[in-house]
Design a protein around this ligand. Structure first.
Ligand code: CMP
Length: 138
């Protein structure tokens, strides 16, 4: 069993895609073991994406991520990190495969509806960034 952090980004919430994304998670046996809605401050977004601090898109990304409410979830399942990344599809939606969340819904390389942790170490950091152990079931 593995856990990963999922975010439905502000574009996904604004466009009414919470249900669609959750349905795809459920259909793919990624169990939701924690979930909440929050509106990140600019500082919270900067801390979350600290690894991207030097990237040219950091300013715009953290503005976007703090522009409205998002849904943060902890997903659990066998090989959950890789399975969820496969379900999301490529960061750039023009490269996303058929059947993926980003192929279906994303409009832009930045406003790409969802986020998922990319490795076990980042998953631990990202889960702890938003949830304490009493907020995660099991
Ligand atoms: P995410 O999977 O959350 O990880 C970092 C985010 O930065 C990514 O999704 C996009 O929202 C954004 N991002 C990545 N690459 C670019 C890029 N080249 N231009 C703009 N935004 C990007």
């Amino acid at each position: 069993m593995e856990r990963t952090l999922s975010i439905i980004k502000p574009d996904g919430v604004k466009r009414g895609l919470i249900g669609e994304v959750v349905r795809m998670l459920e259909q793919n046996n990624l169990d939701i073991v924690a979930m909440k809605m929050l509106h990140m401050t600019k500082k919270q977004a900067e801390g979350f994406y600290a690894v991207h601090r030097e990237r040219p898109f950091f300013e715009s990304l953290t503005d976007f991520m703090s522009s409205g409410p998002a849904i943060v979830m902890v997903l659990e399942g066998d090989n959950a990190i890789t399975r969820y990344r496969d379900l999301m599809g490529a960061t750039d939606c023009r490269e996303a495969a058929e059947g993926t969340i980003r192929k279906a819904f994303a409009t832009d390389i930045e406003q790409n509806v969802v986020h998922g942790s990319d490795a076990p170490e980042t998953a631990s950091f990202e889960i702890a960034y938003f949830f304490n152990r009493f907020e995660i079931i099991r």
